[in-house]
Ligand binder design. Sequence first.
Ligand code: CMC
Length: 431
Amino acid sequence: MSEEKAILTIDGKQIELPVYTGTDGTKAIDIGKLYDEHRMITYDPSLANTGLCRSKITYIDGDAGILRYRGIPIEQFDNESPNFVETAWLLIFGRLPTQDELLDFRARLTNNALLHEGLRQRIEMLPPSAPPMASLSAAISEMACYYKGYLTLDDDEQLTEVAARMISTVRTIAAYSYRRSQGLPIIYPNPKLRYVANFLHMMFSYPYLHYEITPEIEDAMNLILILHADHEQNCSTATVRVVGSSLANMFSSCSAGVSALWGSLHGGANVEVMKMLDGIYAGGLTPEQCIEAAKDKANPFRLFGFGHRVYKNYDPRAKILKAACDKVFAQLQHQDPLLDIARKLEELALSDQYFVDRKLYPNVDFYSGILLRAIGIPTNMFTVIFAIGRLPGWIAHWKEQHDNPTNRIIRPRQVYEGNDITDYIPLKERS
Ligand code: CMC
């Protein structure tokens, strides 16, 4: 319990509020009883300054550009170990798995890789041109129809099984939607392949031609998934918590997370970055004009892949991705003019007073698309890849919310500014 108190003075009255201190010394004033005891609320539009929960999953220091999963610096997630599956387990269960736990989780991923035939047929009914994020959100939500035994989770065994099922299935759904959009036959998962290799196989193999998975590409994909795996209370994760707080099941909560992620200010930014770079490459606009457009307040255009609510420094994920682009391009002897354009944009922005004053730096979405493109992932699947990566984070936060014995439904208040009491006017009397 908190010993420290903050004093709020209002209307000549002093109100004592408990103060909590996080691991890094950040202080949080607990205003949870302010309304019940004093009929007062706080106003924090967009919740920019509100701690939604007390969490042990991910730590960010936005000023220093630090990101840690369960205390481990993001720079230590280097593909060899921990890889994406191990990272997922770490995030969900709070510590690194033992050898046996990891083997067990891998086996569950393999056993759950196939789509339920009913679910496959349901996806079949969506138009092939459906936006992949719409298909993904719908399919995850529909999992609740096929796995009803997991709508309430009574123990860790059930949670482990449903987590593995979701993490495994989401990859199959994503690959399947892509194949349909291309008019290509569905490729079933191969139980001999590891998580990422299996995804690439389902995306790119043909019934008569096995896709050759190079270690460089598998590693790059692993890295992308790891870097997206969690990011504390971002828009989609907060959404998962809000939905989960009503005791909604994990499928519906994560489906809501996919919807929140889709927007261009959040995960959809990786698609916008690509459109922007493509537009510059096609000659529609120079990098300099692009920077000017982003600064123009009369223009809704933003420099996508730049800026962040929390980071006021270089996003450590962008730093890793930028270096990964250089490494993977050299390994594959690959070239992409969009990488040069991105570097130029970054150079211009980082030396421009507008971006310097507002502390706007590249975020995770700035370089991820260029790397995904080198792997062969089409642009309209970029945000889906983000979702596959983020799913373990959503599950970890859903679990933390669910396991909290003091969970209350998340239900903010508002400052009402509408009409005062107003009489109803019958239709025929209205002018
Ligand atoms: N281009 C131009 N101006 C910007 C940008 C940008 N990318 N980002 C922020 N600003 C300006 C903004 O106009 C505001 O200016 P002023 O103080 O003059 O009004 C100032 O910087 C502060 O921005 P904000 O909109 O109050 O910041 P926010 O914390 O509400 O929004 C953000 C954060 C990420 C939505 C925003 O920076 C943005 O729109 N960036 C582009 C979209 C993007 O890359 N999103 C991915 C975010 S990282 C991964 C993820 O979460 O999915």
